[in-house]
Design a protein around this ligand. Structure first.
Ligand code: ATP
Ligand code: MG
Length: 574
């Protein structure tokens, strides 16, 4: 491709709306343009990178025995009513009515559609297992679309669904997908980790998320330094706390004045105690109903654990004003004694003695509070967020917390959808059985953004070779010079004959602009042809990732770049 013919509108300034690097660089490097909130046009280079991810995904899915199909984006409400998700899915599901008053939605995921397809066409165990996938535009009306391709409303996903006759068969399929996902992200050239993930309220299932490691990730991963345990923070179990010794006596309850002291640190300093001796009372709305959660002063509630314990669809922390409206107590003085909303406690709290809580009265706290002497809770459970001080729930080893971006999610679903949609087959003894299902997603467009979050510097993107829109860029520093231009054109066609993806910067622009744009766009190899070629017959090759340069004859440069690219691509294969 010739740069002079390419739609590649790079920007000098970073658009103000972009907060994270991938969003800034995707805009600046001319990869995407925003149409409206969370909705983007993929320009030629953006699309090229997306296609690279798609191709890797496709090859690995096919290699693992899955088959590609393409389902409609518009889905009838009836199917969602059958599965029960029409009510449950919430406002992320974009619903609309057509001219015949039929309700429909834009597909955020396709469990209903695929289960409907399979229940119509597959009737015997002989046709199982079946593993189907598509690569398609999804729509989710995200409450806060942000960070460009990272969290869009419209985005490209690979979604796959498997159908097995037995639980054990479904586990084998799951294992194949787990391995295939490892190969996908390795072939994308990314540094990643598979972690155990939350399975929500569907019992007996399991799930893994594939996380690209990047400081800017929205997810926190818990990784054991000692064993293979790795989990998403939402899922990571906290080891049970130690019980207090037998000889710890319960002291009499005491009300103390704490004028204007509301925050944990301030209250603790005022009372001369540590946050480990105080219990915070947090209020949440679970599907609209208020519930209080008690955690130690230095701990945080993990909302997903709370949601699972309650079997709720949605939990939301309330703000100070809502706390007052619900409890009649000003925030900062809330406590479990006499509180008239249901109250649950983290396990750590149940193991504490003589602790401090708010007195449900402005400017007062209670000390030497004890469970169950002074109040009752309806449940004690692991409800808090794990911290770096906690030990590995699997081996007791040291833990490390690190940030990641979820690019893939695999899920053993069991028969929840096949039951709801009455999707059955005949087993070998002619009994009707529900299909045992799994589902497997990859955020294709998010993977491109995650690759950039992980690989960039102050000058621009540093694409992993397998995802780069072009593998090599040739800079013709003086298109008016015939000698230089002839050498550039010749290298251009030779590299193409070698099967490489080459961009030739043949624009009538200053060298400085060409260097800057090449760095910004992040193409892994650059060949520069300028004065030195006229004087010494040499061109310069430079690797974007490490900035190493070499001056060579055009022939040597050609062999060098061709073998570097072949080796680089081969290294991503297992
Ligand atoms: P998240 O927790 O980030 O909202 P999710 O768990 O809802 O994602 P899944 O339903 O597991 O997402 O979808 C499969 C994959 O699709 C995710 O792993 C992610 O990579 C991608 N994805 C999900 N939502 C978005 C989005 N709004 N924009 C871009 N990619 C997305
Ligand atoms: Mg997910």
């Amino acid at each position: 491709m010739r740069y002079s013919e390419l739609l590649l509108p790079t920007l000098k300034e970073t658009p103000a709306e972009a907060e994270v690097m991938s969003h800034k660089l995707l805009l600046r490097a001319g990869f995407i343009r925003k149409l409206s909130s969370g909705i983007y046009t993929y320009l030629p280079l953006g699309l090229a990178s997306i296609r690279k991810v798609e191709q890797i995904v496709r090859e690995e899915m096919n290699r693992a025995g899955a088959q590609e199909l393409l389902m409609p984006m518009v889905q009838p409400a009836d199917l969602w009513k059958e599965s029960g998700r029409w009510e449950k899915y919430g406002p992320e599901l974009l619903r609309f009515t057509d001219r015949h008053d039929r309700e429909s939605c834009l597909g955020p995921t396709h469990e209903e559609v695929i289960t409907d397809l399979v229940r119509r066409d597959i009737h015997s165990y002989r046709d199982l297992p079946l593993n189907l996938y598509q690569i398609q535009t999804k729509f989710r009306d995200e409450i806060r679309p942000r960070f460009g391709l990272m969290r869009g409303r419209e985005f490209i996903m690979k979604d796959g669904y498997s159908f097995d006759a037995t639980e054990s068969g479904a586990e084998i399929t799951y294992g194949k997908m787990f391995d295939a996902y490892h190969r996908v992200f390795k072939r994308c050239g990314l540094s990643f980790r598979a972690v155990e993930a939350d399975t929500g309220t569907i019992g007996g299932s399991f799930s893994h998320e594939f996380m690209v490691l990047a400081d800017t990730g929205e997810d926190t991963l818990v990784i054991c330094r000692n064993c293979s345990y790795a989990a998403n923070m939402e899922k990571a179990a906290v080891a049970p706390p130690e019980k207090p010794g037998e000889d710890v006596g319960l002291l009499p309850l005491q009300k103390v004045e704490t004028p204007g002291k509301r925050k944990v640190d301030v209250v603790c300093e005022f009372l001369g105690i540590s946050p480990r001796e105080l219990v915070k009372t947090m209020v949440y709305l679970a599907d609209g109903d208020p519930v209080a959660v008690l955690v130690r002063g230095d701990h945080e509630v993990q909302p997903v654990k709370l949601k699972n314990m309650l079997g709720a669809v949605d939990v939301e922390m309330v703000d100070e004003k809502q706390i007052f409206d619900i409890t009649g107590v000003p925030s900062g003085y809330l406590g479990p004694l006499g509180l008239d909303i249901p109250c649950a406690a983290d396990r750590e709290v149940a193991a504490m003695v003589n602790f401090t809580v708010g007195a449900n009265e402005k400017n007062y706290h209670l000390q030497n509070v004890n469970l169950p002497r002074d109040f009752k809770v309806f449940q004690v459970a692991d409800l808090r967020q794990l911290t770096e001080e906690d030990k590995c729930p699997s081996c007791g080893g040291e833990l490390e917390l690190t940030k990641g971006i979820e690019v893939g999610h695999i899920f053993k679903l069991g028969d929840s959808y096949s039951k709801a949609l009455k999707a059955t087959f005949q087993d070998s003894s002619s009994e009707e059985q529900n299909f045992v299902m799994g589902c497997y997603g990859i955020g294709v467009s998010r993977t491109v953004a995650a690759a950039i979050e992980q690989n960039h510097d102050q000058h621009g993107i540093i694409f992993p070779l397998p995802l780069a829109p072009f593998q090599v860029i040739i800079l013709n520093l003086d298109p008016k010079n015939q000698e230089i231009t002839a050498a550039a054109e010749s290298l251009y066609s030779q590299l193409q004959q070698e099967g490489l993806e080459v961009l030739l910067d043949d624009r009538d622009e200053r060298p400085g602009i060409k260097f800057k744009d090449a760095d910004l766009v992040g193409i892994p190899y650059r060949i520069t042809i300028g004065k030195r070629f006229v004087q010494e017959g040499e061109v310069e090759i430079r690797t974007r990732a490490d900035g190493i340069t070499q001056s060579l004859s055009p022939d040597k440069a050609l062999t060098e770049v061709v073998s570097a690219i072949h080796d680089g691509m081969a290294a991503t294969w297992e």
